[in-house]
Design a protein around this ligand. Structure first.
Ligand code: NAD
Length: 270
């Protein structure tokens, strides 16, 4: 494979996603929504695929109006293999190709081990890990069939690289799986020009998580994740911290990166 010389390209050109199309799962709310926003701002056409179709449609409209790019929405249940395949078909039909696929849809789980039943464990794995595997497979199949290359970004978690607090057995297992999947797919897909990267957020404020704690000034400063500790940067993470990193991974700025998962935890794991 020839070594591309991009030293003559500007930063704006390298970060631009003009002419590319992206699928972001679970992008009606939270980190996925912030990611869809940054990808659209960078010029990509975006399909927002989410189980909450009403919110997905509202988010798509908001972003299409704001950035004058093609942003569409469709129903996805990441626990359902056929639903993921249907989204990949839809994206290919609408955009002609899929350049970027972000496996973001995920659910938490809080049951301590002794209360964690197999159904809950399986459901968390089905959405967080199997959903990412099927999404990556369907994206890769289509990228390879078109001979075009592409980028897959998996949203893992700090709980994908270390154990967290009590009650995280299912979630932690699923996210460690996502980090492993990212490494393995990078090995399998690199020769096809497909890069596979992960991001591992620490606790990040979203529309939903901002209500689970009393975010007074002191709490935000110390950003305490039970059993782990505080961000080293004196503030809590926010959705856009994660979205900017995903944009970087998806863009040509990261053209020599594959297989790694970026820690976006404000230094907690340091
Ligand atoms: N926010 C954090 O602190 C944090 C930290 C580490 C990792 N993460 C990961 O980031 C991702 C996004 O988390 P978030 O905090 O934005 O969550 P969120 O709950 O705010 O958003 C999740 C989105 O996924 C959608 N969704 C849920 N189940 C789905 C399904 N079965 N199929 C399709 N869509 C579905 C929801 O409707 C929502 O739009 C998840 O994978 C999560 O594990 C979040």
């Amino acid at each position: 494979m020839p070594v591309p010389d991009v030293s003559g390209r500007s930063i704006e050109e390298l970060i631009s996603l003009k002419g590319r199309s992206a699928v972001v799962t679970g992008a009606a709310w939270g980190l996925g929504k912030a990611t869809a926003r940054r990808l659209a701002e960078a010029g990509a056409a975006v399909l927002i695929a989410d189980i909450d179709e009403e919110a997905a449609t509202a988010t798509a409209k908001e972003l299409a109006d704001r950035y004058s790019v093609d942003v569409s929405a469709a129903h996805l249940d990441a626990a359902d293999v056929a639903s993921i395949t249907a989204i990949a078909d839809l994206a290919e039909n609408w955009f002609g190709k899929i350049d970027i696929w972000v496996n973001n849809a995920g659910i938490p789980s809080f049951s301590p081990l002794l209360d964690l039943d197999v159904e809950e464990f399986d459901n968390v794995l089905a959405i967080n890990l199997r959903g990412a595997f099927v999404g990556a497979r369907e994206a890769a199949r289509r990228m390879i069939a078109k001979g075009q290359g592409g980028t897959i970004v998996n949203v893992a978690s700090l709980a994908g690289v270390m154990g967290i607090s009590e009650g995280q057995a299912a979630y932690c297992s699923s996210k460690h799986g996502v980090v492993g999947l990212t490494k393995q797919l990078a090995i399998e897909l690199g020769s096809q020009g497909i890069r596979v990267l992960g991001v591992a957020p620490g606790f990040s404020l979203t529309e939903k998580t901002m209500f689970i704690a009393d975010w007074d000034e002191e709490t935000v400063k110390s950003c305490p994740i039970p059993g782990i500790g505080a961000s080293r940067l004196g503030r809590v993470g926010v959705a856009d911290d994660i979205a900017r990193a995903i944009l970087f991974c998806a863009s040509d700025m990261a053209m020599f990166m594959t297989g790694s998962t970026l820690l976006l935890d404000g230094g907690i794991a340091a």
